[in-house]
Design a protein around this ligand. Sequence first.
Ligand code: NDP
Length: 242
Amino acid sequence: MTSSIAGVAVITGASSGIGEATARHLHAAGFKVALLARRRDRIDALAADLGDGALAIEADVTDRDALVAAAEQVKKELGGADVLVNNAGVMLLGPFSADQRGDYRQMIEVNLLGAITTTEVFLDQLTASGRADIINISSVAGRTARSGNGVYAATKWGINGWSEALRQELLPTVRVTLIEPGVVATELPTHITHESTNTAVNEMYSKAEVTADDIAEVIAFAIGRPRHLAINEILLRPSTQV
Ligand code: NDP
């Protein structure tokens, strides 16, 4: 587990799924955790459940002012970030058409620009730490595009390219790790607005066996490696996924 360091971890999208599980794993490993998301009730309940060292901060990753305020609060109350997990995301799949243009914009603003802006805002704290990690949650969709996932895939391909450039720029002070999961049982597909796509994808996800805990464990493992070792990229699928 996280043997070599414990410090302060900032997790976006901590109100459910992979973000919540990651917060639980890192907190159990001794990290103080800042839980960022829009659903205040969910992050408050998680912070109360975790107890000491957990701080709920309501923040929309598309709102830079909210992220700046969050960074100030993390600095003041927890002493500054050593780990940033860029996890917040939406997967609004559907056939490419003008009807989906609001969904496309939202995916780009949350998945891609949200991660970039959060990193930009927390970068001073991470570099000041001198032993920091950025974990960028991409997807198998960042490697393989499929009919019906074009813009979602574009956001994840974007994360992959940006993440690699960032890795080269920030080493060795900040290690940058890209995580690319396949299907994971979370609420992610429930927000799909295109009706028949929603039905089909939720049917597929109802059989998902890989859990958010499985992914959180891998994230905690990567962060826990000794500082002379950087895990750059992890692609992980359910054993049954093509
Ligand atoms: P969830 O829907 O459970 O989690 C998504 C999280 O993102 C929520 O906590 C949500 O919080 C947050 N979020 C969404 N929009 C915003 C916003 N504007 N500002 C701040 N937070 C936001 O799904 P997952 O846990 O599955 O998804 C987490 C990440 O994993 C995503 O980036 C997703 O693309 C990626 N992923 C998931 C896979 C899967 O199969 N589940 C596979 C591959 C990658 P709130 O609504 O409270 O703001």
